[in-house]
Design a protein around this ligand. Sequence first.
Ligand SMILES: [Zn+2]
Ligand SMILES: [Zn+2]
Length: 322
Amino acid sequence: MDTKAAAKKMEMRGKGLGSSVTENPVFPGRIELPYTLTTGRAAATFLAELANHKIVGSRCPRCDGIFVPAQDFCAACGTSLDEFVEVPASGKLSGYTETADGLIGLVRLDGATNDFPHKLLDTQLGELKLGARVEASWAAEAEGSILDIEGFALGGDEGGEVKPLEPGAEPVLEQKYEMRLDYAHSYGPYYGMLFDGLATSRRIQGTRCPSCERVLVPPREYCDVCYVRSGEWVDVADTGTIKAFSIIHLEFVGQTREPPYVYAEIVLDGSATRLIHTVAGIDVEDAKERLQIGTKVRAVWKGGDPIGSLEDIEYFEPVFED
Ligand SMILES: [Zn+2]
Ligand SMILES: [Zn+2]
């Protein structure tokens, strides 16, 4: 789900709830980490030959082991391997387990020294036995990935032999991967109140520390100076003062605005803490000349339905007194 969709979902939950501090609304989040894997010499050949319906292993000249998939070094004796072999696409089941995504088997391909883990297809846990014959089922289209073998199904004849590999396919030197982590982020009761206030009535609420009497925005359960529990909820204004600012020229991943733009630490009237937000409504060149520590700003609220987030404030615009 992209950020906009996530915000939309948040809107559905936050809007009009006026939830109490005992409720814990959540919003969905996602961390995505795309990367490129360099396969290495042996795996590059193994992946490439899958398109030719060949399973490539490596023969160790020292211990005579046949390792599948092909390896750069012998897993048993550490010898550097440079002889590729073609291993039969059938073998015996030497182990199996059931996962949430189906059955996984350890397949000892005919002639191989090690087990090859893959999906087991068209079968059920009760039908499996150790030593059962299995054979590879090939995907309709090869993509240079381990899933070019869809999985292994029960069946297949004995008698296949390990043969020297006749090289053919262009090695698959890189693979695209994407690590993805979906999670639900809980607002907690304090941010929940803030977001509900923004969603229902464009109120910006903070909490007051009973000891130092500072008002914390965003609201927090404990004062970060006195370490005492904050208690009283208070409304703060949507106007304030710039305490620090920076003009952002750098482009980076996840940026929601196009540079250049102004990012500022703003203390809202009635609050004691700094809120980070954008200052706009002024030309960036003008901003360089005119913005100062102490410049007054006011919130420019987004049109349309509020989403219950600080993004409901489109930006803060400077209010020059001269
Ligand atoms: Zn070896
Ligand atoms: Zn305090």
